[in-house]
Design a protein around this ligand. Structure first.
Ligand code: FAD
Ligand code: NDP
Length: 474
């Protein structure tokens, strides 16, 4: 029988890779993980965690502003970018250490360097070969920047956390998660932010009304949104970066942030040496068991270009480990479902969503009933803020099941997580109606919406509210 150095060799110490390596180690497997950068991957180092810390920082601006209505007085505090950067870096270093310790605690060998495949059972790192019965590719993805003259003067999300100096004038290109989040964050931190997007609405794939509502809220808070335009060229001059748009406008800014999507990290992995197939978009092809075209090589997370979210990479990793080394003691084999994955966009205010958009639900289920509420949160009746909250439920008429739940408002991510459990469990509108609310919260609105949006109003709502204005209350 062939013997190997390891039972499992994981390439990439990000969300999926660390979880798989740690779980496999805890099951008694002999495991190695190769990581070229700091342990923790995108999420920990240049993604979810530092982004959320910066989002917290940005929220203070509005909190200070709003506190006056509640009696707080005195001059507005000033913001120190260097302090935020230093404290973020310190926290990320702490997390890197925790990840390393978790792996060591599970007996995982950590190999630092760039890994490439030699054959179906061999990985090379820094000229040294390691053999393994199974290989897991969890190399994530990286930001893409379109070919625009002068794009070398722009940064991506990787570079945005350590900008020096603070960008007083920021141009964000893109209309997806990253663009919207960083436009909100830097706007909150005090930059003058312009966001340009090639499409007509932000956040493709989200509920149409949510897309219009968040654009209106972001515009209200100061982000200058420009749709149906792109950067044609970027020129560096002594007074800043001159960005010519396709519409012929010149924007002068300190920093241009490209947030125009990410692509899988499959280059320089030597996948062909092992026979691992990729899609036309360079993502690793996997079957329902995360097996690649080579049966003993698996892939999870962003490198497979399915759902680019940390909890999804974690879930996929645990399924692979269960398959290869058996489930944890006393637990059933895990499986992964891509239905009703909740997600949040940490804009200001947040978006939280789970299930079908109104548009997708109509296509999927035919007849649906929509419940919506658009209101000023209790806090803002005194704070002076003009921010509004949107909540929406989409119900499948045939089953009464709530198939879509959407919120734009404070802490929407926190609110929607719990509702996602109910929706995974198939909760009907009747179950929502029979649930007692927690008063006074914004979230209670989800269990107190009784009146469906009349079809007449549904038609009028299909037109998005004008940018810069909140959606009309119905
Ligand atoms: P990664 O975490 O990217 O890990 C891949 C690792 O592999 C990296 O550490 C890389 O250095 C290493 N690597 C690559 N190639 C090699 C090689 N050949 N040899 C050795 N090492 C290699 N998701 C959320 O759920 N919530 C959020 O709020 C959120 N915010 C985000 C914000 C930003 C700015 C970005 C960019 C992403 C965000 N995401 C968020 C997405 C999330 O970060 C990813 O979905 C997640 O990190 C994917 O995990 P992964 O294991 O597939 O890859
Ligand atoms: P997204 O796919 O979300 O958005 C990319 C944006 O860039 C879209 O608006 C797209 O427009 C636009 N775009 C693409 N190509 C071009 C181009 N050539 N010129 C101009 N605009 C272009 O990617 P992100 O980079 O924002 O984020 C990547 C993924 O990371 C997300 O999809 C998400 O899964 C994950 N993420 C999750 C977060 C969270 O959970 N809170 C936060 C951040 C990231 P169009 O719509 O027209 O294609």
């Amino acid at each position: 029988m062939q013997t190997f150095d390891f039972d499992l060799f994981v390439i990439g110490g990000g969300s999926g890779g660390v979880r798989a390596a740690r779980m496999a180690g805890q099951r008694g497997a002999k495991v190695a993980v190769a990581e070229v950068a700091d342990m923790g991957g995108t999420c920990v180092n240049v993604g979810c965690i530092p982004k959320k810390l910066y989002s917290y920082a940005a929220h203070y601006a509005e909190s200070f502003e709003e506190s006056h209505g509640f009696g707080w007085e005195g001059p507005a505090p000033t913001f120190n970018w260097a302090t935020l950067k230093a404290n973020r870096a310190k926290e990320i270093t702490r997390l890197n250490g925790i990840y390393v310790n978790l792996l060591k605690g599970a007996g995982v060998a950590i190999i630092t360097g760039w890994a490439t495949l030699v054959d179906a059972h061999t990985v090379q790192v820094d000229g040294k070969n390691y053999t393994a019965k199974y290989i897991l590719i969890a190399t994530g993805g990286k930001a893409t920047v379109p070919a625009v003259t002068g794009s070398e003067h722009a940064v991506t999300s990787d570079g945005v956390f350590d900008l020096n100096p603070f960008p007083k004038r920021l141009l964000v290109v893109g209309g997806g998660y990253i663009a919207c989040e960083f436009a909100s964050i830097f706007n909150g931190l005090g930059a003058t932010v312009t966001q340009i997007h090639r499409g007509e609405k932000l956040l493709a794939g989200f509920d149409d009304e949510v897309r219009g509502f968040i654009a209106a809220e972001m515009a209200k808070s100061g982000v200058q949104l420009k749709f149906k335009t792109e950067a044609a060229s970027i020129n560096k001059t002594p007074d800043g970066l001159h960005v010519e748009t396709l519409g012929g406008e010149t924007l002068i800014v300190d920093t241009v942030l490209y947030a125009t999507g990410r692509k899988p990290n499959t280059h320089r992995l030597n996948l062909s040496a092992a026979g691992v197939d990729v899609t036309t978009k360079d993502a690793i092809k996997v079957n329902d068991s995360y097996q690649t075209s080579v049966p003993n090589i698996y892939a999870v997370g962003d490198v497979t270009d399915r759902v680019q979210l940390t909890p999804v990479a974690l879930g996929e990793a645990m399924v692979v480990v269960d398959q290869l080394f058996g489930p944890a003691a006393g637990k059933p084999l895990r499986s992964m479902s891509y239905d009703y994955i909740p997600t949040a966009v940490f804009t200001h205010p947040n978006i939280g969503t789970v299930g079908f958009s109104e548009e997708a639900a109509r296509k999927e289920f035919g007849k649906v009933t929509v419940y919506r509420s658009d209101f000023k949160a209790l806090k803002h009746t005194v704070s002076g803020s003009q921010e509004r909250t949107l909540m929406k439920l989409i119900v499948d008429d045939a089953t009464d099941r709530v198939v879509g739940l959407h919120m734009v408002g404070a802490d929407a991510g926190e609110v929607v997580q719990g509702f996602a459990v109910a929706m995974k469990a198939g909760a009907t509108k009747a179950v929502f109606d029979s649930t007692i609310g927690i008063h006074p919260t914004a979230a209670e609105e989800f269990v107190t919406m009784r009146d469906a949006v009349p079809p007449r109003l549904l038609a009028s709502r299909s037109a998005l509210p004008p940018e810069g204005a909140a959606a009309p209350a119905v």
